[in-house]
Design a protein around this ligand. Sequence first.
Ligand code: MTE
Length: 370
Amino acid sequence: MGEHNKATAMTHKTTRTRASGKGVGNDESFVASPCLHFPRGWEIAERDATAEHVFLARRDFVRALGCGSLAGAGLAAGWLASACSQETLAKQKRQDLDPAQRAWQGLYPAKRNKTYKGERPLTKEEDVLTYNNFYEFGSHKSISRAAQKMQLEPWSIEIGGKVSKPRTVSFDEILHAMPLEQRVLRHRCVEAWAMTVPWSGFALKALVAYAKPLSSARYITFETRADKDAMPGLRQTYYPWPYTEVVTIEEGLNELAFVATGAYGKPVAKQNGAPLRLLLPWKYGFKSIKSIVRISFTERRPKSFWEKIAPSEYGFWANVNPEVPHPRWSQAKEKLLGSGEKVPTQLYNGYGEFVASLYADKKQNRTLFM
Ligand code: MTE
């Protein structure tokens, strides 16, 4: 409660202009929220968003031929110039990768799993790289530069709790043990913005199998690195660091639950949760915890970061439902990052065919969707 009050007092200043625009503006009701500002970032015209097939085909095409051999393929000069300049740009971006990321670069993009279609234009990479929620680096969206301070090597992951053998493994070991694939997934932030991203990584259930939980394990908790030197947000001591998130074991074994290690054909960027982050596309985005260093299996359910701060706003289940409003704004629509287009939100973010059965025996009340 004390933390909540402190966070409330502090965020009065910063949360006012935020969110979906609806149900926001009551000065008295603002509390700490993963949805603080609605800044720049939307202003790109929809025509500039990348069509999924164009992005995916371009990478395969350019990779297969290389810019030098495109001429021999007898392609139109305009196409050639455009393909080559995009490849040059991609190379420049690659040079921005740090040494650890450069070592992983060859793994991406992983082979595409076509079960997962974004069904929307891909969000421009630039937007995904520059409009972020990563409170460890600050409670605003422009943390991408600050996040570059995070060191990716060494990076180890502690696997503990109800497992047959608790152990600490390097990220590199996990990366090379997992079956990598590419999935295009929609992401829906509780703040009512959304993006569609070609992620590479592996099914969470592969990591669960690797961890060997005991049959008594019912929940999986994930924890983000907390590095005071690299992460200025940790100085805000009223937040209950480290950032943690929790899912049931059944959710963790669902085929849609994914661990991303890459995006847009490269190792995942630091601001997006390098070197590995969770993706639970049917839940609000705050469940998709970044930069994981600890995974533990428990019989009882621990409280997660946002649940400790504001349980009536950011609950345990947090399944997307357009008909259950956030206490301070509607969840009926979402804004596409980049274009700013508003589209209707879908139950379970449109992934009901994969996950609705997980909740069939549960009371279908607000708790499931908060
Ligand atoms: N993980 C950590 N450790 N810290 C955070 O602040 N923010 C969450 C989630 N994971 C967050 C986090 C929220 S609210 C969202 S919407 C997504 O990350 C944003 O991911 P992106 O910045 O890659 O778009």
